[in-house]
Design a protein around this ligand. Structure first.
Ligand code: ZN
Length: 337
């Protein structure tokens, strides 16, 4: 009798467990998000309350309304370190790149608009893009959209992991880089874009063969930026994220950016995976005003990627750029003899 009862309890417990698991599956699937229709951005707040917050991202940056500010220098560490491994995967919403480094050699940064004395460590980077060149970026500048945007996610080491940093003051920072169409292929993105077709399905991951440091995926200018406090641009839309939007775009060819768009042929969730701009409300958008090169000499330009800058200089392009290149080259030359 006792064993029958015990068996019954076990059966009930088993059924309850199955029911619980099934409920979890239903809940998770109901909370999935996309960029169109009933799972589109207009409906995110139904399942993720924070998506209706007052300090959301992305935004439109109106250059006439930004407030100029001389932030402390941004300091980058280990962004030129070759990673041990580079993984890229399709999470059903975007393409994510994760890098593994020797212990203590992880890229990190501090300074600028980030919390004083806090180190921010690299977590991952991912992309947002559109079906043609007129749409794709999340943040806009003067209501202009770029064809794609790179988000480099950084987490403050004051928190033990990304989850505990989310929604905390100065817990997470995102470096945003726009892409602009260039006639030539961007060699740093060549293996990456060609690998996109291999991860056409959600949950597919591969390892890249050509191990490039983080800096190779970024813009050559890491000094000129806008900054504001916003949120993650995807659910759960956690706020208090420090955004640093770099002004000089990363060049990419039409052929290369089309590899992103081919992904959308396999999954409509990945078509136009950008959130529309959100109300700014009473937030201030800052523009960094770097200190004068001549006053500070070499230390005024510590974050210009010298290789990429040299590439730009050799290509030429505009009197202003030539002058900037001249100053940069002079300073590097002066410090290298
Ligand atoms: Zn993003």
């Amino acid at each position: 009798m006792w064993s029958l009862t015990f068996g019954g309890i076990k059966q009930i417990a088993f059924c309850a467990t199955v029911t619980f698991i099934l409920n979890r599956v239903v809940v998770v699937s109901a909370q999935d998000f996309g960029y169109e229709g009933q799972h589109g951005p207009q409906h995110w707040a139904e399942d993720f309350k924070r998506c209706s917050g007052k300090f959301q991202s992305p935004i439109n940056i109106d250059e006439l309304s930004v407030v100029e500010k001389e932030f402390p220098d941004l300091e980058y560490n280990n962004i030129d370190v070759i990673p041990k491994r580079v993984h890229m995967g399709n999470n059903g919403h975007t393409v994510v790149v994760k890098m593994k480094f020797e212990k203590g050699r992880e890229p990190s940064m501090m300074g600028g608009p980030l919390e004083r004395k806090s180190q921010y460590q690299f977590e991952q980077f991912h992309f947002h893009w559109g079906q043609n060149d007129t749409v794709g970026s999340e943040d806009l500048v003067n209501n202009h959209a770029y064809p794609a945007e790179l988000h480099v996610v950084m987490r403050s080491l004051d928190f033990k992991d990304f989850q505990s940093a989310l929604g905390q003051d100065h817990g997470v920072a995102v470096l945003a880089f726009f892409f602009s169409i260039d006639e030539e292929d961007n060699p740093n993105y060549e293996e990456f874009v060609k690998s996109l077709s291999i991860i056409s399905g959600k949950g597919m991951w591969i390892t890249l063969q050509n191990l490039l440091p983080l800096s190779k995926f970024l813009s050559w200018d890491l000094v000129s930026y806008y900054s504001y406090v916003g949120s993650l641009t995807t659910p759960p839309c956690a706020e208090k994220v420090v955004w640093i939007d770099f002004q000089i775009a990363i060049p990419i060819s039409e052929k290369q950016i089309n590899h992103f768009r081919e992904l959308t042929l396999h999954d409509y969730h990945l078509r136009n995976n950008f959130r529309p701009p959100q109300p700014i409300n009473d937030r201030i958008i800052y523009e960094n005003v770097p200190r004068k090169f001549v006053q500070l000499g070499y230390s005024a330009i510590p974050f210009v990627n010298a290789d990429n800058a040299a590439e730009k200089c050799s290509k030429g392009g505009g009197i202003v750029l030539i002058l900037v290149c001249y100053v940069i080259n002079s300073l590097f030359t002066c410090t290298k003899f």
